[in-house]
Design a protein around this ligand. Structure first.
Ligand code: SF4
Ligand code: MG
Length: 281
């Protein structure tokens, strides 16, 4: 009946979660589509704007909270995860999402990443990986392949094995691991929804091309392929086995664990509070 339909709240749309700030990312940057994936996911989750905290560090990708209209915190380089952890511990009722790039998350913030995985606080972390430091004009990052010679600083490549974020997350203890490609924003939105709904620390690795310093990444659209698993691995050894053979372009949920999320008791909260007091002094 029409009256009932008029009374029912209208379903949320991705546009309802966009701010009026225009992204300053380069035209064609993968992050534009990732922003659409994030806002689509928030609409699908049906969360109230004031109940979401979106935290980032520094870098091209870390600008993303400003382009949404949920509560955002654009923090210090590599420190999105400790900030997000603090927010979640202080306000367990909030949906906490952190995001940033491969340099911010896996080099400057690499230490925080491994500890966030093992702590298993109930939040979601999105790494927007383009295997380069885009904001500082194209240096090799921790996920850059050893032979990439596109930067004047590393004309013969770095010669260093790159970090594979999903493998690192798995061994460090993340409770949910997924990989997507920003050129497939609907699929990435589904992964983000599943990550937010999964208890504990959920990691979403998104391949998001830098079209300015890594033009060849435009070809990633031909490299990605969905996982053929009927159901994501729930056992760590099973997921490890899959990831050992993975080419880095498998998309989908790569691990879905059942470790209980970290739920601090009163004493643990007081300990965290006393740490805060020490840092504030
Ligand atoms: Fe995107 Fe690269 Fe431009 Fe940064 S430099 S906005 S990552 S295309
Ligand atoms: Mg990067």
């Amino acid at each position: 009946n029409l009256a009932l339909r008029q009374d029912a709240p209208a379903p949320l749309r991705a546009a309802d979660f966009r701010s009026d700030v225009d992204p300053i990312w380069c035209p064609g940057c993968g992050h534009h589509a990732l922003l659409l994936a994030v806002t689509t996911a928030l609409a699908e989750l049906g969360v109230a704007h004031e109940n979401v905290a979106f935290v980032s560090g520094i870098g091209c990708s870390s600008r993303i909270p400003a382009y949404t209209n949920v509560y955002g915190f654009h923090g210090v380089h590599g420190r999105a995860l400790p900030t997000a952890t603090g927010v979640k511990l202080a306000r367990p009722d909030l949906t906490v999402i952190a995001a940033g790039g491969d340099g911010d998350g896996l080099s400057i913030g690499g230490n925080h990443f491994t500890h966030a995985c093992r702590r298993n606080v109930d939040m979601t972390y999105i790494v927007m990986d383009n295997q380069v430091y885009g904001m500082t004009k194209g240096q090799a990052s921790p996920t850059t392949s050893a032979d990439w010679s596109g930067s004047k600083l590393t004309p013969h490549g770095t010669g260093i094995s790159p970090v594979e974020p999903a493998r690192l997350a798995l061994v460090a203890g993340a409770n949910f691991i997924a990989r997507g490609f920003s050129g497939q924003p609907k699929e990435v939105a589904k992964l983000i929804v599943a990550a937010v709904r999964h208890p504990g620390f959920s990691f979403v690795h998104v391949l998001s091309p830098c079209v300015t310093y890594r033009k060849e990444q435009r070809e990633w659209k031909h490299a990605v392929h969905p996982s053929l698993d009927a159901a994501p691995p729930s056992r760590m050894d099973e997921a490890m086995h899959r990831l050992a053979d993975d080419d880095g372009f498998t998309t989908g949920i790569l691990f879905s664990g059942d470790r209980p999320a970290f739920a601090p008791d009163r004493q643990q909260r007081m300990a965290i509070g006393s740490f805060d007091a020490q840092f504030a002094a």
